[in-house]
Design a protein. Structure first.
Length: 135
């Protein structure tokens, strides 16, 4: 249904940022459905990764767009959970560090946004926990 429709839009014009975001949302829906289902981690990883890639492609076409950056930050959080389940610690660390940088960028223009602060704290806490676990 929805995913097929979004993929068709991207197949028609893969340079349309709205359609890339739509495809990212469709994959994101499948990603979030799979989160927490331990028997579907690898399938879920595919959806989460593709969702992130679609949003990254949209950002290339709309550089600096805070809505697209926010979408990317959400997908980083999801993919980080998958990487944790897969014990892909180096990739998870790099992803979380990227997420912190993106949230820092968003907070420059919206310093009172508590949702951004909460995400920033969540990413930082995960990074610290990874360091503690390795020591």
């Amino acid at each position: 249904g929805y995913k097929r429709y979004a993929d068709t839009l991207v197949a028609i014009d893969d340079q349309n940022p709205k359609w890339l975001r739509e495809a990212g949302y469709a994959e994101g829906n499948l990603c979030t459905l799979g989160l927490g289902q331990n028997n579907r981690v690898n399938d879920t990883a595919v959806h989460c990764s593709l969702s992130l890639r679609r949003m990254e492609a949209a950002l290339v076409l709309k550089p600096g767009d805070p809505r697209v950056i926010s979408d990317i930050v959400n997908r980083i959080g999801w993919l980080s959970s998958i990487y944790e389940a897969q014990n892909r610690n180096d990739e998870r660390r790099a992803l979380l560090q990227r997420g912190v940088r993106l949230v820092d960028h968003l907070r420059i223009n919206d310093p009172r946004n508590n949702d951004l602060t909460d995400i920033w704290i969540t990413f930082q806490t995960a990074l610290v926990a990874m360091e503690v676990d390795q020591s």
